[in-house]
Design a binder for this molecule. Sequence first.
Ligand code: NAP
Length: 350
Amino acid sequence: MKKIGVGVLGATGAVGQRFIQLLENHPWFEVVFIAASQKSSGKIYEKAVKWKQTTSIPKNISTMLVSNVDSKNINGAQIMFSGLDSSVAEEVEKFYAEMGVFVISNSKNHRMYENIPLLIPEINYEHIKLIEKQPWSGAIMTNPNCSATFFTMVAGVLNKRWKIKNINVVTMQAISGAGYPGIPSYDILGNAVPYIGGEEEKMETEPLKIMGELKDGVVEFADITISSQANRVAVIDGHLESVSISFKETPPTIEEIIRELESYESPLSKFNLPSAPKYPIRVMKEEDRPQPRLDAGFENGMVTSVGRVRKDSIFDCKMTVLGHNTLKGAAAAAVLNGELLYSLYPEKFK
Ligand code: NAP
């Protein structure tokens, strides 16, 4: 496949830096445009960014000029990966879709619009068809809130086989989920904060769209009740989630649940996408796993880890779920969505 030019909006942020890192040597995409706030625009990238990754800034990007997010001079970028702050994402993402660009966003702004796909593609890749109903010459696609991603990955697999009635989720979320510089060290070191603004609402609504069914061009939301509680903890990367699930009918056994999760082969395998793991979920048998520091980065942070699957005295089962919030929960998920788009709609790219 010919490499196509892509841009990164919010390239200096926590998610934006992950895009820059992931897109280095990507077989299909090449970064040709980067943009951020006025504070950064007009500077070269290495002067504008506080780089927090363990790899170096890619050479070709370190001296690239950071543009404004209203720039029409986008150097031929056909896809924009967006890690923009939600205060600006709504207008900026629409601006580029109107210009004919395909915007793949991490922000909350467009996720719940009827004609915009909200994708965990291993669960609902067919929802990508919603872009055909959008009024722009480009399009907008989104991935979910990071904490919604991981339990929905697991629930989405189970719900395909046994319809789910209720989900209860309690999160322990990493500080990188708040961006950089994020939560002050004084508030989080040796501490936990039992509140993350807006997070619980997203966890209780977004999964219903993702697990919904596309019928006659409209997503019919899943009939599931979700209760969530979000906590910020002193972990750098990786959201850990205690998840309890009840089913509508006779529940599967614990052994059946484990078998279903670990044997779930990604429906994306048939498209040969560079970032798609064949098995998007791994089930760990050790009694004290998964753990953020040890397990969040498994398979380039693209696999959701599950452990401690067991019976519950109120729900039918409970388990611990873990995922990497800036990778499968954000940038890497968006790159995967970009690969899916390019693979399913090659005619849209020159
Ligand atoms: P962040 O570190 O604060 O980065 C925000 C980015 O947006 C920066 O590049 C910033 O540029 C840019 N920006 C801020 N205000 C702007 C403005 N007025 N005009 C243009 N650009 C502006 O945040 P983040 O954690 O990367 O999150 C980015 C988005 O992804 C958010 O919508 C967030 O909710 C979502 N998200 C984050 C995660 C996560 O784990 N962190 C996971 C899923 C989704 P400057 O550096 O120039 O200010």
